[in-house]
Write a protein that binds this ligand. Structure first.
Ligand code: C5P
Length: 199
């Protein structure tokens, strides 16, 4: 069982993580949430390019990487070509490891692994994505109002799609999954069937 890569791209809170974890569990693939790399770099402070070059596995374990602020900081450092270049080799090696790998992010099918055996592009309306993120953060008990979460989602989408280096967009051969009116678990079941058909 040599390399086999599943690339999953899409905007924040579209359901990429749920689909990636389901595929990893079903097929025994290793899973890399590549957003965590950019979140860790953003959280380190100082020169982002130096931080990306010095990134260690334990930096990905920080408990404060899932916050809205960490997401915004990640998307700012992710626009820097030096940061992206520093994280490239690690992601490519991970993608082509023996036994199969699933990576989720923004540029996996377009830049990191254009040769991936299966590519998915997962989207949903900004409103539904913000709603899900707000519920995850605690809903009425969340520290942020729904409107603030929605504004953050829109801002991050615009920055990720508008940057010059590795902008968020579907690969030409990506399978599109829209989770606006279907939950991520049923989308994951479909994705399992599609990967099974290629394996
Ligand atoms: O997926 P997540 O929300 O954790 O990603 C945080 C930020 O990291 C994204 O908004 C994006 O700017 C950046 N990112 C990226 N390329 C990836 C994964 C994440 O630019 N492959």
């Amino acid at each position: 069982t040599g390399p086999f890569t599943v690339a999953i791209d899409g905007p924040a809170a579209a359901g990429k993580g749920t689909i990636a974890r389901a595929l990893a569990a079903r097929f025994g693939f290793a899973h890399l949430d590549t957003g965590l790399l950019y979140r860790a770099v953003g959280a380190m402070g100082g020169d982002p390019v130096a931080a990306a070059q010095a990134l260690r596995p334990e930096d990905l374990q920080r408990p404060d990487l899932r916050t809205l602020e960490a997401g915004q900081a990640a998307s700012r450092v992710a626009a820097l070509p030096g940061v992206r270049a520093a994280l490239l080799t690690f992601q490519r090696r991970f993608a082509r490891r023996d036994g199969g790998a699933v990576l989720d992010g923004r540029d996996i099918g377009t830049v990191i692994c254009p040769e991936a055996e299966v590519k998915f592009f997962v989207t949903a309306s900004a409103e539904i994505r913000a709603w899900r993120r707000w519920l995850e953060l605690g809903g009425e008990a969340a520290p942020d109002r729904f409107e603030a979460v929605l504004e953050g989602v829109r801002e991050r989408d615009a920055r990720d799609m508008g940057r010059a280096d590795a902008p968020l967009r579907p690969a030409r051969d990506a399978i599109l999954i829209d989770t606006t009116s279907q939950d991520a678990d049923s989308a994951a079941e479909m994705a399992v069937v599609q990967v099974q058909a290629v394996l």
